[in-house]
Design a protein around this ligand. Structure first.
Ligand code: GAL
Ligand code: CA
Length: 342
């Protein structure tokens, strides 16, 4: 009997030792990924949407995959010099992957060379480097959306309005007098959005007459200032305001509201919460959704596979081994549900 008890005790001891070993092993096994991110400006509405969605993805992964996700997020505040310093810092601190929203999209080569020396993969997002730069190294990727597509969809909103509502051509001259609020010069989303919006409208048989166009750098306040000037120059002549993004569309609305003037057709791009609210209030005619959630999901997924040393090409749908583009879509209020948060 005594022997049996002793035998059982030894067995129990083995079992407990085994268990405690497994727990330490399990703790050791919890994977950790470190993401270093730098944004051209943290106060940009759309960039902020992407970043908060990436943070959400990180939290979800921690819960679902039993892992630790560390994110170091830097704000370059519109300075490429500061962004380069941030990149040096992130590399020095030892991150597994760098997510870069370039200030100046023409200087990607410098960033790539720094990352290559440290052997840290880079995911550029939203501000697309030129092809030649992306080809400098095979661990460089780009997540974004096709600018031309957003321009086409924005154009379609105008076309639909034009044929639905014959009061758009206020002076009845058979042409649409318009102004354009452009994004930053040199940004892939500025020139192409304007070009394709105009192309779509004219191809639908509508004649266009440009009154003015200028950059407002994606910013609501700059757009308001520009619009104030144009209102003094053109006043009631303006029948359409094409805006390369929603914040600038909101700035244009501000200018009209300040002088309590009736709003013309105004279209934006991004689908921000404030833009959708303005649509619901009948101030903004329409907008195109730039899919921040999907882009964030893909940036995070890509970061995860790269950090874990997994084969990215096998796990994700890459275009030309480097690119991932999300789709734009026209925001339709009647299709919005409570889950969209509106
Ligand atoms: C665009 C977006 C703009 C602005 C810009 C910044 O894609 O539509 O609102 O965020 O990126 O690079
Ligand atoms: Ca007209």
């Amino acid at each position: 009997m005594k022997q049996k008890k002793l035998y059982l005790c030894i067995l129990l001891l083995f079992f407990l030792v085994g268990c405690s070993q497994r727990t330490t092993e399990e703790i050791k096994k919890v994977p950790e990924i470190k993401i270093g991110l730098t944004a051209y400006r943290r106060d940009d509405t759309f960039i902020n949407m992407i970043i908060s969605n990436i943070q959400e993805e990180g939290k979800e992964a921690e819960q679902q995959k039993n892992m630790k996700v560390t994110m170091n997020i830097m704000d370059a505040k519109g300075s490429q010099t500061m962004q380069n310093e941030h990149i040096d810092k992130l590399i020095e601190q030892g991150c597994d992957v760098l997510c870069v929203n370039l200030v100046d999209r023409t200087v990607a080569a410098t960033v790539i060379d720094k990352a290559k020396t440290a052997n840290i993969p880079v995911i550029f997002f939203n501000r697309e480097p030129v092809k030649e730069d992306l080809e400098r190294w095979n661990k460089v990727y780009y997540v974004g959306a096709e600018a031309s597509e957003s321009g086409k969809l924005q154009g379609q909103i105008v076309v639909e309005q034009y044929y639905k509502n014959n009061t758009i051509d206020k002076n009845g001259d058979g042409k649409l007098q318009y102004v354009v609020l452009e994004g930053e010069q040199g940004h892939q989303d500025a020139l192409l959005r304007t070009e394709y919006a105009i192309k779509t409208i004219t191809e639908a048989g509508i004649q266009m007459d440009k009154l003015a166009g200028d950059t407002a750098n994606w910013l609501r306040s700059q757009a308001e200032t520009k619009m104030n000037q144009w209102l003094q120059l053109y006043d009631d002549k303006i029948e359409l305001i094409l805006c390369n993004n929603d914040d600038m569309a909101l700035g244009a609305i501000d200018a009209y509201e300040n002088i309590e003037k009736e709003l013309p057709i105004i279209v934006g791009i991004d689908g921000t919460a404030l833009a959708i609210e303005a649509m619901m209030q009948g101030k903004l005619t329409g907008t195109v959704k730039n899919d921040a959630e999907k882009q964030a999901e893909l940036i995070f997924k890509l970061s995860y596979h790269l950090a874990m040393g997994e084969d990215v090409a096998k796990n994700m749908n890459l275009l030309r081994e480097k690119y991932i583009f999300t789709k734009y879509s026209i925001v339709k209020l009647e299709e919005m549900t409570k889950e969209d948060g509106y």
